[in-house]
Design a protein around this ligand. Sequence first.
Ligand SMILES: [Zn+2]
Length: 471
Amino acid sequence: MRNLIATLAVLVAALPCAAQPADTLSDAVRQFVEVGEPVVALTGAQVVDGTGSPAASGRTILIRDGRIAAVGPDAEVDVPDGARVLNLDGHTVVPGFVGLHDHTFYMTRGRRVQLNVSAPRLYLASGVTTIRTTGAFSPYSELNLKRSIQEGQEIGPRMFITGPYLSGAGAMSQMFQVSTPEDARRVVAYWADEGVDWFKAYTRIGDEELAAAIDEAHRRGVRVTGHLCSVSFREAVALGIDNIEHGFFTNSDYVPDKQPGVCPPGVQRSLLEVDLEGEEVAATIREMVEQGVAMTSTLPVYELAIPNRPPLEQRVLDMLAPGARDEYLQSRADVASRDDAPMAELFPKAQAFERLFVEAGGLLAAGVDPTGMGGALPGYGDQRNYELLLESGFSPEQVIQIMSLNGARVLGEDERFGSIEPGKLADLVVIDGDPVRRAAEIRNVTLVFKEGVGYDAPALAESVRGLVGLR
Ligand SMILES: [Zn+2]
């Protein structure tokens, strides 16, 4: 009996790795499937493959049983008899996005809401085929949602789950306030056993507590990222953290006389004053790169603190529940009416820091972080990343790589997905237009393939209109 159970456990564990054929999906999911055949050829497309290679036109991608079987010039890829052929002249295909700061909850000044219905659909509809939730308010919600999606009962991206936030005294009510290193070990051990993949340390965690959390997580094969303050970037790197969220905005390395384990006042001032070309910044970047600590860019959530940014989009307002829309517009008006806006000065500096990090060999990924003032929505904010990273000075091919393959690398899954290469899972975003030449066209997603199944992106988005901020 025990052997049988062990065998079953192995089989069950293997299932999520297998491609999900369209015919195992529930009716609720299947109503959004536009392409469900096992062999599909996408022809005549411009392809940006996610590896950083230049965009190439006149490409065919052959999908077989959920995986990419071939990709190359139209004339060189054999399309087998019986394949479903989609002529994508005038379209661009990029890898499914890997959103590394893609919460399943949403916040405005007035609400903190778990979006188990709208977030997964809007992520997938926007081309995000994998998320790491990077801070859970409701870890069991996330674990159950992940299982429902894997089993084909619900629709959404592939999910990597984080445990409860690990913070310190005075943290938000949804977070765990870690008091001792033993606390940290106990909670990490419990949630690692429950199946979370990552933990996220937050601004008030003590340095000894973070050290214990990292050690316990690594002993159990899970990893730790952080939205830091009490522990600076260099301090966290020395403790063995795996990933750091938000980049420059949260770095307390440059506060004079910073005490270990204490979030100091004056972080923003120190960031405005520090010289990006100086030794202090170079040391942060050098140590992160040497220790292989990745960084997650979340520019869309910080952009909201700049007056009149981003341009107001009707589709964002349409997607929001009426109350959430009012709260976002009120916050936006408040920002626009402020006399001083330090973010206007800080933001380009953070963009430059991310560029310096990449130039030094750092691994930069991206996510949306649908919190703050409520204007960076699941999925739509990930698309905004594309424009903001271009604004930072990266090439379109680099940005697509940051948003796809680099995220998969951070997750340790780049052999399995993240780029358009033979053998990888067929996670693909079909865009009507050419975002390489006209960035805004990144929004024109028509079809999203996850493991070879093509979903009708506009229909998926339409199904949650008015629900962001509600459920
Ligand atoms: Zn976050």
